[in-house]
Design a protein around this ligand. Structure first.
Ligand SMILES: [Zn+2]
Length: 314
């Protein structure tokens, strides 16, 4: 799914190198600006819907102005355990309005305002205390996802899984398990294409189909999405918002897709650990045994040093 060592055609390699560069630019280039303030100097904006159960009626006018720049996930973060399967409860409202015409009647208390159309993804969460977010992309994969879920469960930690629709469709039990254990399921497209190379109708298909399969399996459509390779474009921001999703990138790339071994992955997490950091790893798309082994080492270390591993709240 990601830039695998086994994907060896020259054209594919070129695309993947480009995509990796795009991803690096997203993470590094925007980080210094976004970490403290929006480029125009205004503080980060709060989302329109402060509470999933008390949202105003959906509509473009309900959200921040188009082009609002996210700095950190504005709602802060949810405390693990306190919210439990709150993600599912909160998302039930999203399912109510998703893709319905504005004229359809839905009791306002069950509606969630559509998020604004962003111009760049979130790179971190609000650093309230020593919080960090672990994210796993491209799965689920029966070879690696169960072990990752086991480790997270052993430490009572919730994480985010950015699922590929075709993987979710092929491994529905893993999707259901991740949701049942309180993890947040995000949309990572259906087939992991390079989004900017696609027509808008294809982007809509990639994201829409994936949201549908997640909703069918768990009862709740994703509230977050992440572009494959971190390669976003304007259409993806527009379509993601139409589908009720906020874009989340990452702060620290473990580069586990290069299969560097567990030591290197642990080292990158240690070096990058800081309040508000979002960590990128992969539970599919290649040999992820290093990712699995690394998590088992760095997770207890982070917890011992006072970090709270959590998931963003919307
Ligand atoms: Zn990916």
């Amino acid at each position: 799914m990601t830039a695998d060592a086994d994907q060896t055609t020259p054209g594919r390699r070129t695309v993947l190198r480009l995509a990796a560069a795009l991803g690096a630019t997203t993470a590094v280039g925007l980080f210094a600006v976004d970490r403290f303030a929006s480029p125009d100097g205004t503080p980060p904006r709060a989302p329109a819907a402060a509470s999933p159960t008390a949202s105003p009626p959906a509509g473009p006018a309900a959200g921040p102005a188009p082009g609002a720049v996210p700095a950190a996930v504005p709602d802060g973060v949810a405390v693990p355990g306190a919210a439990g399967p709150q993600a599912a409860a909160g998302q039930a409202g999203a399912a109510g309005y998703r893709l319905q015409p504005m004229t359809a009647y839905t009791p306002p208390r069950f509606r969630r305002a559509l998020p604004p159309v962003r111009v760049r993804p979130f790179l971190q969460v609000a650093p309230a205390g020593r919080t960090m977010v672990l994210t796993f992309d491209d799965g689920p994969d029966p070879r690696y996802t169960p072990a990752i879920l086991d480790t997270l469960r052993r430490h009572r930690v919730r994480a985010m899984f950015f699922l590929c629709g075709e993987m979710a469709d092929a491994h529905p039990d893993l999707v259901r398990r991740a949701a049942a254990e309180g993890h947040v399921l995000g949309n990572h497209s259906w087939s992991h294409p390079l989004i900017p190379s696609l027509r808008p109708s294809r982007i809509r298909g990639e994201l829409g189909r994936t949201s549908e399969v997640v909703e069918r399996l768990t009862g709740a459509a994703p509230l977050w999405y992440r572009a494959p390779f971190g390669a976003w474009n304007k259409h993806s921001f527009e379509i993601g918002a139409e589908l009720g999703m906020e874009p989340l990138a990452w702060t620290v790339d473990t580069l586990d897709w290069t299969e560097p071994g567990a030591d290197a992955i642990v080292g990158r997490v240690r070096a990058g650990a800081a309040p508000g950091v979002v960590v990128l790893s992969h539970d599919a798309g290649g040999d992820r045994s290093g990712t699995v082994a690394a998590l088992d080492r760095y997770l207890p270390e982070l917890l011992d040093s006072g970090y709270r591993l959590t998931v963003p709240r919307r």
